[in-house]
Design a protein around this ligand. Structure first.
Ligand SMILES: [Zn+2]
Ligand SMILES: [Zn+2]
Length: 347
């Protein structure tokens, strides 16, 4: 039985969530309707909440880091069945352009992201194209499964930057995503893994999650990075904050021949100066990456299933959907929680 109405957290204006009864989304012949059980809150949701992103899409039901159970499938869907526990790739490309064929969906001219451009999962139900749905059985609980999307972003980023065994890595910022980058680097055999993080609780978490060294005094960062990398600078530097000053510093933390992963989101207008001659003569590289998609999602789910990540700091703070306004108004109150999750229904 599919109800007509559902409870949803609708962002009606920047910084204003309303819990509303809205129609359950219609699902097409090639789509499935998912009963959402849990959804975690992403930095992107915070940007949307503050009115810095997707503002023209309001009113919007955000939420893209979700897990749930299939309630109904469209007429053409033969590979999925109601009752299956699932997650979903949120990147809905056209499916046939140059970029979609190469799994570079974000460059597809028709890209839509669930919960960012169209209604997402801070709601009881969400409709998703069947080809993007990934069933996962009973191997992991909801609060781990809904971390697949964020971890898929660092899985993809590590592939984009070509992180190799025994390379030294500096991660600037050990917030939620920085912490995941630290774990990913460690998993891939990077050494040493160096974090730059000023907040004492997050610095401690960075250590717990795999950083060999944590730099807490920014003015000494360059000197310390050199010291930890035999005087050279890091093979790979990951900017995971999104600050122009930190991007400038990141360029200085790289060794000649090193690579910079641009990951922290800046404002659209932010610019930094670079010296092309240095990049050329030192054979350096700057690589961007933002979201996981396609295979990255499957790989992240696989790694989570095999407990390759320390997930406890990401899944211990769980709130009810009804409390969403309160949750968003006090998001950074507890830095030891790297993620806040919303419980939407029982598993
Ligand atoms: Zn996210
Ligand atoms: Zn496309």
């Amino acid at each position: 039985m599919i109800p007509e109405l559902m409870k949803a957290a609708v962002l009606t204006a920047p910084k204003k969530f309303e819990i509303q009864q809205v129609p359950v989304p219609a699902y097409g012949d090639d789509e499935v309707l998912i009963r959402v059980t849990q959804c975690s809150i992403c930095g992107t949701d915070v940007h949307i909440y503050n009115g810095h992103y997707s503002r023209d899409k309001l009113p919007l039901i955000p939420g893209h880091e979700f897990t749930g159970e299939i309630l109904a499938v469209g007429r053409n869907v033969s590979t999925l069945t109601p009752g299956q526990r699932v997650i979903a790739d949120i990147n809905i490309g056209c499916g046939h352009c140059f970029y979609c064929r190469r799994n570079e969906l974000l460059n597809c001219p028709e890209i839509r992201q669930l919960g960012i451009h169209t209604n997402g999962a801070f709601a009881e139900y969400v409709a998703v194209p069947a080809r993007l749905v990934i069933p996962f059985g009973d191997a992991i609980p909801d609060n781990i499964a809904c971390l697949t999307e964020p971890f898929s972003c660092v899985v993809r980023a590590s592939k984009k930057i070509g992180l190799k065994i025994a390379e030294s890595v500096v991660v600037i910022g050990a917030g939620p995503v920085g912490n995941m980058h630290i774990q990913m680097a460690r998993l891939l055999g990077a050494a040493p893994v160096i974090a730059v993080e000023l907040n004492p609780q997050r610095a401690e978490l960075a250590r717990r999650c795999g950083a060999d060294k944590v730099i807490t005094e920014p003015e000494r960062a360059l000197e310390q990075i050199k010291q930890f990398t035999e005087g050279r600078g890091a093979d790979v530097v990951i900017e995971s904050v999104g600050h122009p000053e930190l991007y400038k510093q990141a360029l200085t933390f790289m060794r000649p021949g090193g690579r910079l992963l641009a990951f922290g989101l800046t404002d659209a207008e932010t610019e930094i100066a670079i010296k092309p001659l240095e990049i050329i003569l030192q054979e350096q590289m700057i690589q961007g990456s933002v979201a996981g998609m396609g295979e990255d999602m499957h790989q992240a789910l696989h790694l989570l299933t095999h407990q390759r990540f320390i997930t406890s700091p990401f899944c211990e703070a769980v709130h009810q959907l009804e409390d969403i306004q309160q949750v968003f108004s006090s998001l950074f109150a507890n830095p030891q929680h790297l993620k806040i999750q919303l419980r939407i229904a029982q598993q």
